[in-house]
Design a protein around this ligand. Structure first.
Ligand code: NDP
Length: 287
């Protein structure tokens, strides 16, 4: 017998999650503020109910996939959470997640937070690499891991309810830094008769080749030794920055995405980081 699930929120993400539980044979109770979306899922076998409180009352395991933290207050204000296992998958800040954990516990529920590292088409597609970061109640996680793992893989990151949100934001922040570099790279080649679809494989492979450098950075952070394993010294890299800025200028491309990072590299070098690589930039951000 598959664990019954209550799901609140049938937006793009919620509807994708819902369909995986239905396909896997889990009895599913759904509620959505706009009833038409719940009616669509009812046609696929879900039990659609008229209020969030009713949906919560139906099952122990309650998964929330609403828009944001404020919508949880609106939806669950009147619900009885005593004895419930609340799994909150909305994107929030670590502070919001911690406050929500306290709020849930005060109402007698166990609480697990989640950060979805996937877009809706990746849900229910294991080979897509999408997964959900979880933190909070380890007991809840262990008890419901198989059910929670139906839409996407599950990755545990700690008992602190804010850690899923923090990991989520950290990973997406790195992604945006990568997108910034990608934007600059494409801008450089767009000034010439270079086919972007010929350039793209070079770019994707180069980013993949550079990605493992995060492990060296992590080792340096953990050991406190900023000079171990250095392969490309900061002095050499700073000496190279005029080449990047001049090339941008020659191509008529704004350097505004690269300049702030180069400025931090220069500051670290000026502060005595000559024997390091780029890990010292992290120290500057924390100053
Ligand atoms: P959608 O905008 O598609 O859906 C939002 C859902 O929240 C709808 O069910 C909507 O109900 C409901 N809602 C909004 N405000 C309220 C409210 N005040 N009270 C009750 N219900 C409310 O968003 P997604 O489904 O894409 O996203 C849901 C969560 O998943 C978000 O936290 C998002 O950050 C996260 N997420 C989404 C990803 C994505 O790519 N889509 C990726 C990773 C995480 P109604 O139908 O009535 O409008």
């Amino acid at each position: 017998e598959k664990t019954p699930v209550t799901l609140l929120g049938l937006g793009a993400m919620g509807a994708a999650l819902a369909r995986t539980w239905l396909s896997a044979g889990h009895p599913l109770t759904v509620w959505n503020r706009t009833p038409a979306r719940a009616a669509a899922l009812a046609a696929e076998g879900a039990n659609a109910v008229g209020s969030a409180a009713e949906a919560v009352a139906a099952n122990t395991l309650v998964v929330v996939c609403l828009l944001d933290d404020a919508s949880v207050d609106e939806a669950l204000g009147a619900a009885d959470l005593a004895g419930k296992d609340l799994v909150n998958l909305i994107t929030s800040t670590p502070a919001q997640a911690r406050a929500r954990a306290g709020w849930a516990r005060a109402r007698g529920a166990r609480y697990l937070d989640g950060g979805i590292m996937a877009v809706p088409p990746m849900i229910g597609v294991p080979e897509s690499g999408g997964y959900v970061l979880h933190s909070g109640s380890r007991e809840l996680f262990d008890q419901h891991r198989a059910t929670l793992g139906v839409p996407a893989g599950t990755t545990w990151v700690g008992e602190d309810a804010g850690f899923a949100a923090l990991h989520d934001v950290a990973l997406l922040s790195a992604m945006y830094g990568m997108f910034a570099g990608v934007a600059h790279a494409f801008a450089l080649i767009r000034r010439e008769d270079i086919d972007p679809t010929s350039f793209a494989p070079l770019l994707a492979d180069w980013l993949a080749a550079m990605a493992p450098s995060v492990h060296r950075t992590a080792e340096q952070l953990r050991s406190g030794d900023r000079t171990s394993g250095v392969v490309s010294g900061l002095a050499m890299q700073v000496a190279g920055t005029p080449t990047f800025l001049s090339t941008a200028e020659q191509q008529g491309v704004s350097p505004e995405l690269l300049s702030p990072y180069f400025e931090l590299m220069r500051r670290r070098l000026a502060g005595g980081g000559g024997g390091e690589d780029l890990t010292g930039v992290i120290d500057l951000l924390l100053d």
